[in-house]
Design a protein around this ligand. Structure first.
Ligand SMILES: *Cc1c(COP(=O)(O)O)cnc(C)c1O
Length: 386
């Protein structure tokens, strides 16, 4: 597992975290080779998580686009309603193996906090989740879910009071309590080994897509599309496909139409260090982290995982930004054409997939990772379309 992806990645952390990161890397490497660990991960992913998730033909959305076929990888059907479960389960089992009794996590949309709270309950951890006050406000149902699952939600009142600030607080907690605590980081970001480890636990998405594609069509899809916040559902989709012929398209949050930054690190940022890792970062001219803006809390982050920075520079994956208004249109298309309420994060990817499908012949197949369901977003969507 590489420490770096080209120039990107690494571990830019205070001295006190170095032993904890090494311990984590060793434990993870040993666990990957241990058939008992792999068996338990697969069994709990099945019986607790509901895996494997189906690949679903979006027939009426395809007709609306009038071109290539659009297929949905249904991560919205995973327990808890998003792909976050895949990573939380993997790291939870790892933390138990390391003998840590306490889990901490950060959360933006609340989905990672909910996934960590579910795993914390099922495996018997004391669980605390850091969440920005702004996010607590816009994702209230998930705050209640976490509390009902027995986790403590710690409001973060620093900075912009969103995901970036919650990660800062969680890192601070980890530095203080590193002996008893595992920091269950929720995306493919942060210092090594997190980006590689999270990509590994999320790669079940891409592996299942390729397996089902081979069975149905005898070949991989032509294009894979996924939304990119920190980049975990996208890297879980892309990583197993990186040496295939599949075109890869990552979709960032462009923010409201006319906004200059949104939360699009790969399309509008430049290389820099954030949260212990070198990657694309949204920053102002003096290198201060820029304030981000997106209708979806889960994409509202100034950084992105280092493997995406590498895939972008290498030209292996393409990245674009989709505006709030277009994500909302795609939300309604999926609801009205397919009977599925998507989360606002993958709604960005759905929009991009429809645009791509229009340009492509009917014989091509596009797979979009539907990273989560929309229940948490109903209030935001209701207000926006009113
Ligand atoms: C958290 C979240 C995202 C964004 O995170 P990634 O690490 O980029 O996948 C996307 N979709 C949903 C449903 C989420 O909960």
């Amino acid at each position: 597992m590489p420490r770096r992806f080209g120039a990107y990645g690494g571990a830019y952390v205070p001295e006190t975290l170095v032993p904890a990161l090494s311990e984590l890397e060793r434990a993870w490497r040993a666990a990957r080779r241990d058939p008992a660990f792999r068996r338990e991960l697969a069994e709990r992913a099945r019986s607790f998580g509901g895996r494997p998730t189906p690949l679903h033909f979006a027939e009426r959305l395809t007709a609306r686009a009038g071109g290539a076929e659009i297929w949905l990888k249904r991560e919205d059907l995973v327990h808890g309603g998003a792909h976050k479960f895949n990573n939380a389960l993997g790291q939870g089992l790892l933390a138990r193996r390391m003998g840590k009794p306490r889990l901490i996590a950060e959360t933006g949309a609340g989905q990672h906090g909910v996934a960590t709270a579910m795993i914390g309950a099922a495996l018997g951890f004391a669980t605390e989740v850091y969440m920005g006050e702004v996010d607590m406000e816009r994702q209230r149902p998930n705050v209640l879910r976490m509390e009902l699952l027995g986790a403590r939600v710690r409001p973060v009142r620093t900075g912009q009071r969103t995901l970036k600030d919650a990660i800062n607080e969680a890192l601070r907690d980890w530095i203080t309590n590193v002996r008893t605590t595992h920091y269950l980081l929720g995306s493919a970001v942060g210092p090594h080994p997190f980006p590689s480890m999270v990509a590994d636990f999320q790669s079940v998405i891409g592996r299942e897509i390729l397996r089902e594609a081979r069975r149905r069509w005898g070949r991989p899809p032509h294009l894979a599309v996924a939304c990119v916040g920190g980049g975990s559902n996208a890297i879980g989709t892309f990583h197993p496909m990186r040496r295939t012929s599949v075109e890869l398209l990552g979709v960032e949050a462009g923010g409201p139409r006319g906004s200059t930054v949104g939360a699009a690190s790969l399309t509008r940022g430049r290389p820099g260090i954030l949260h212990g890792s070198y990657s694309y970062v949204l920053q102002d001219r003096s290198g201060e982290i820029a304030d981000t803006q997106s209708i979806s809390a889960g994409l509202d982050y100034a950084g992105v995982g280092p493997e995406h920075a590498y895939l972008r520079d290498a030209g292996r994956a393409r990245y674009i930004a989709v505006h709030d208004e277009d994500a909302l249109r795609a939300f309604r298309w999926l609801a009205e054409d397919e009977g599925i309420l998507p989360a606002l994060e993958p709604s960005h990817a759905i929009y991009a997939a429809v645009v791509e499908a229009r340009r492509r012949p009917k014989r091509q197949r596009i797979v979009v990772t539907l990273s989560g369901r929309g229940d948490k977003d109903l209030e935001v969507v209701g207000r926006a379309v009113a």
